[in-house]
Design a protein around this ligand. Structure first.
Ligand code: ZN
Length: 358
């Protein structure tokens, strides 16, 4: 839960992707179920360039996909309100230059396996470019309502970029993991956790996949992410969400604690269990397109009792765990995950009329 690694896009698009590009299906070459080998220095460097390129594409996509159904944006465009017009125009120019910037900023992949990542990513460019060109024409003709013309292509391109993540991040997103409804020392999907995450998000068109990484694989996953994002997270990463793939990835110790709650009738629920419940809820919020870290944590905190019940705890135990999440786990989190507005009656209180907290 330390970081929302893949930049989430608009909620409307979460619905649009339907069942098409999630789960274990994938386009092109089938992903590996066994862990692929470590990256060479050249591969790490190239992944970093791709990650940086994707970050700017994702910012542009996010602007366009959020604008898509926003009447206020369309009105601002019609009135020629410069800040909005310029923001949209800049985003469209970024998307229109997709192939060119990929060539200039990312370039040829150093190995075959990353060559597949490059092709899968570049395959999104024709749709993005066509959509951006049509939208720019509408903007130049001062007919912003015609932005609809290009948006379909932009959504299509976004979906292609998202599923390309499975070829790009072969050591994490590209792995096909077996479903195991119980404790397991191997990396697996826990089908008992997906519905718990789903119960926190409304309007999810696709069931959330919750991946539990093994002690053996987790460092490889982190290594790949750090190459792609060009940085290591501060402190210990407890999990990360991939909203575009409707997927949550959890660190081994978070899954261990959740397994104890789910399967072992843990007599004594402690801080580790409270933290695990908070982490699962936090990532579920990201999948439900809550972007801000502190907001995601605060909502998760207030849903901790609900999560406990969904995990099979009696209501009173779930309530104790939620209290513990507030008194211990929450307070131990780094500052960016907390907010002074996260308290009874404050801005992030989802039940402002009740004094029950969390
Ligand atoms: Zn997060």
């Amino acid at each position: 839960m330390r970081r929302n690694w893949l930049i989430p896009l608009a909620a409307s698009l979460a619905l649009a992707i339907g069942g098409g590009c999630s789960g274990s299906s994938s386009e092109g070459k089938s992903p590996e179920s066994e862990a692929p080998g470590p990256y060479t220095a050249a591969e790490r460097k190239w992944l970093g360039k791709l990650g940086a390129w994707r970050a700017s594409a994702d910012v542009a996509l996010r602007i366009m996909l959020l604008a898509n159904d926003d009447d206020a944006v369309v009105k601002a465009l019609q009135e020629g309100y410069a800040p909005v017009v310029n923001e949209i125009r800049t985003a469209l120019e970024v998307l229109k230059a997709c192939s060119q910037t990929f060539r200039e900023q990312v370039g040829a992949a150093p190995t075959d396996r990353l060559g597949q990542a490059a092709s899968a990513t570049r395959a999104a460019c024709p749709d993005l470019q066509r959509g951006a060109a049509e939208d720019l024409r509408a903007l130049d003709g001062a007919k912003p309502e015609l932005l609809d013309a290009g948006d379909g292509f932009i959504e299509l391109g976004a979906e292609k970029l998202w599923s390309a993540n499975k070829q790009v991040l072969v050591r994490a997103e590209g792995r096909v993991l077996p479903a195991v409804a119980g404790p397991s020392e191997k990396s697996h999907v826990n089908p008992d956790l997906g519905p718990v995450a789903d119960s926190l998000g409304e309007n999810l068109a696709t069931a959330t996949e919750v991946r539990c990484w093994s002690d053996e694989d987790w460092p490889d996953v982190l290594d790949e992410l750090s190459a792609y994002y060009g940085s290591r997270p501060h402190g210990e990463l407890l999990g990360f969400a991939s909203p575009d793939l409707v997927r949550i990835n959890l660190a081994p110790r978070i899954c261990d604690a959740l397994d104890e709650v789910l399967y072992e009738n843990a007599d004594e629920l402690g801080e580790a269990h409270a933290l695990a419940v908070l982490a699962l809820g936090h990532e579920a919020m990201h999948v439900a397109w809550v972007v801000d870290e502190a907001v995601a944590t605060c909502y998760a905190l207030q849903e901790a009792e609900h999560v406990g019940v969904e995990l099979g705890l009696p209501r009173s135990d779930a309530r104790s765990l939620a209290r513990l999440a507030w008194t211990d786990a929450y307070r131990a989190l780094p500052r960016e995950y907390r907010s002074t507005e996260c308290a009874d009656g404050r801005e992030l209180d989802i039940n402002p009329n009740s004094h029950a907290w969390p």
